[in-house]
Design a protein around this ligand. Structure first.
Ligand SMILES: [Zn+2]
Length: 285
């Protein structure tokens, strides 16, 4: 069915009380596993690539490969550029066939964040590509983007309506207590803030930093109106754990790479299926 935009894939999430998972990929094996897992659950899926992933795999390879998977598995797949700060890279991804990009100007002042985000929306929408933006600053580490505890800031609900209206974005990433990477202590989600934000806008909301968030908290966020939940770090761990195990279990005389890589695919498929159960997107394809 080709790739679908973020706007389309999230269109009825709030009304039907489910969220679509945004999963960070790094190679062929994990992305294939993810789409395979989503297909088994008949769920839509958002495949996310960091700027570093685009450089690692290659832009044309990514678009061709993920589009091929969407066609093969016949479920709605959105190809999304995660946390982009490089305007040239965003434009290259939009031009190459990405169906969603995230402009992350959250480190800028409010007015500048609006101006930069709006310029990306104006550009991307002419190509039929969706845009996600962030308001507030999420803590933690995302590839090479590091936000210290003193820099992080929760999303102010009062800022939301103007930001959404003036930029024309398709989804809004909110900072409500989650962080990127592994948590040192269990995250404390500010549900009151989320409630206030959902009352201020109908724009689909995005929760970043999904690794290590307790299952009940995910369910509560989805029930309250969260439309997209991002998981990255957990999948990197599942990938490398599966690969290490396969390397240990196979004889040292085994030189065919496939017996090592197949378990990676399956581990990623299983991880996605478990998240789909929590996010409620089964049978929503
Ligand atoms: Zn993020």
């Amino acid at each position: 069915m080709g790739l679908v935009t973020l706007r389309e894939i999230l269109a009825d999430t709030r009304e039907k009380h489910y969220a679509v998972g945004g999963f960070n990929m790094n190679s062929y094996e994990d992305s294939e596993g993810m789409v395979m897992g989503a297909a088994r659950k008949h769920s839509p899926i958002i495949i996310m690539t960091s700027m570093a992933c685009v450089k690692y795999v290659g832009l044309k390879q990514l678009v061709g490969m993920i589009r091929g998977m969407a066609d093969t598995y016949n479920i709605p797949v959105c190809l999304h550029l995660d946390h982009a700060t490089d305007i040239d890279l965003i434009k290259a991804c939009v031009g190459a066939g990405y169906t969603s990009v995230m402009i992350d100007a959250s480190k800028k002042e409010f007015e500048e964040n609006i101006a930069i985000t709006k310029s990306i929306v104006d550009f991307a929408h002419t190509y039929g590509c969706s845009v996600e933006a962030e308001l507030g600053k999420l803590g933690g580490r995302e590839e090479n983007v590091v936000v210290s505890d003193s820099e992080k800031a929760y999303t102010n609900p009062e800022d939301v309506p103007r930001f959404v209206e003036e930029t024309g974005i398709d989804a809004l990433a909110v900072a409500i207590g989650t962080a990127h990477g592994f948590y040192k202590a269990e995250p404390k989600i500010d549900f009151e803030r989320l409630d206030a934000i959902t009352k201020k806008t109908t724009c689909p909301l995005v929760l970043h930093g999904g690794t290590g968030v307790p299952e009940e908290d995910f369910r509560r966020c989805v029930k309250m109106g969260m439309s997209k939940i991002n998981v990255g770090t957990q999948l990197k761990k599942d990938y490398t754990d599966a690969l290490r195990k396969a390397l240990k279990e196979n004889p040292e005389t085994e030189y065919d790479p496939r017996p090592f890589m197949r378990p990676v695919k399956e581990a990623c498929a299983q991880a996605i299926m478990a998240k789909i159960d929590i996010f409620g997107s089964e049978n929503m394809a």
